[in-house]
Ligand binder design. Structure first.
Ligand SMILES: *Cc1c(COP(=O)(O)O)cnc(C)c1O
Length: 365
């Protein structure tokens, strides 16, 4: 049996009519940037997350950059990010001109360890960027408490956590602003690059919109040295077609996750831990194994594709060699990168595929 790591096909089949209708609506309207599709999706997504404002952007990275800039973060500032995340989180900080400060994750949740944040705060720290990694909410209460104590902004990276909740409330509503990615493989994915920032802060929302539109508050009037990062009409229309199905599709991921959690019993495998405050959306189902390479080879030979999130921690990436870190500096992030294996998780996996993945993982010895 073949089990791909991810397939968009089942979802595309389920939503085929709506997606084609979205395409035709935009094409027939012959208007492609800054139009009513963008406006409509922004309203729907803000309502879904539970924020007052949503600003569509070109991608998730830009959503984070624009959110940081909206709060005046830049040169000379420090921003705390987890040492275990996709590099976009750190690059967002770097692009504002601010310095990245890595804080280790909790080895059980893989998310930033709130008990280690305070020690990383200096008089230059301006913000904390918690990442709800793999679709599970960070422990937000202690993070917000530290932010209040030191007067820091909290910018949530929600790129992997559309619809995930913390103590019953959706992520993206806890910080001063949050960035979402609609990269095709995310839980809510466009048919290309797209992203959005959400916030309850009117001034921040206006700044995010202006910074993403050439620093313009109205046409040909430029108050900032902005960039170009807008959500186009096609992507907005596709996202509007998909958003009503997000909860159902997340629920399907939860069903797969619960099968994995009860079915995988191999003592060589560490299963993901779900904190009692979190209801994850399982963007990624991350297991760990000391013999990671052997496990992946074994599964590959059985027709099961897997992945790693992420094979090289950020502090050891060439892009950040200027920071001068070496192996051993962030041992928990390194431990995760050395042992993490992401197994197939997508809407439309069949029960046979799920059972097959479980059986093969249990056979690994
Ligand atoms: C995908 C992702 C991003 C960036 O999103 P893009 O739309 O690809 O720019 C940022 N942070 C995390 C954690 C991500 O997984």
């Amino acid at each position: 049996m073949e089990v791909p790591f991810v397939s968009f096909r089942p979802m595309e089949r389920a939503l085929d009519k709506d997606i084609r209708a979205a395409f035709e609506r935009v094409y027939d309207n012959s208007w492609y940037i800054e139009g009513k599709e963008d406006e409509k999706f922004e309203q729907a997504f803000a309502d879904y997350i539970g924020t007052s404002y949503c600003v569509g952007c070109g991608n998730g990275l830009d959503a984070l950059v624009l959110a940081l800039k909206a709060f005046g973060i830049g040169h000379g500032d420090e921003v705390i990010v987890p040492s275990n995340t996709y590099i976009a989180t750190a690059l967002a900080v770097t692009f504002t001109g601010a310095d990245v400060v890595f804080v280790e994750p909790d080895i059980r949740t893989y998310n930033i360890d709130p008990s280690l944040i305070e020690a990383a705060v200096t008089d230059k720290t301006k913000a904390i960027m918690p990442v709800h990694l793999y679709g599970q909410a960070c422990d937000m209460d202690p993070i917000i408490k530290i932010a209040k104590k030191y007067d820091l902004k909290v910018i949530e990276d929600c790129a992997q956590a559309h619809g995930a909740t913390y103590k019953g409330r959706r992520v993206g509503t806890f910080g001063d602003a949050a960035g979402f990615s609609f990269y095709p493989g995310k839980n809510l994915g466009a048919l290309g690059d797209a992203g959005a920032a959400v916030t309850n802060d009117k001034e921040a929302a206006d700044k995010i919109r202006a910074y993403g539109n050439y620093g313009s508050d109205y046409k040909y009037h430029h108050i900032y040295k902005g960039q170009n990062s807008r959500l186009d009409e096609f992507q907005a229309a596709f996202l509007s077609a998909k958003l009503p199905h997000l909860d159902r599709m997340n629920e399907e991921r939860r069903r797969i996750a619960s099968k994995y959690l009860s079915g995988i019993t191999n003592p060589l495998i560490t299963l993901p831990y779900t904190a009692d405050y979190a209801k994850p959306v399982w963007h990624i189902f991350a297991i760990r194994c000391e013999r990671k390479d052997e496990l992946q080879k074994f599964l590959k030979e059985a027709g099961i594709s897997t992945n790693n999130h992420y094979p090289i921690p950020m502090h050891l990436q060439g892009a950040y060699k200027d920071l001068g870190f070496k192996k051993g500096d962030f041992p928990i992030a390194e431990q995760i990168s050395e042992t993490e294996v992401s197994i197939p998780m997508y809407y439309g996996m069949t029960d046979e595929q799920i059972e097959y993945v479980i059986t093969k993982i249990n056979e690994f010895s």
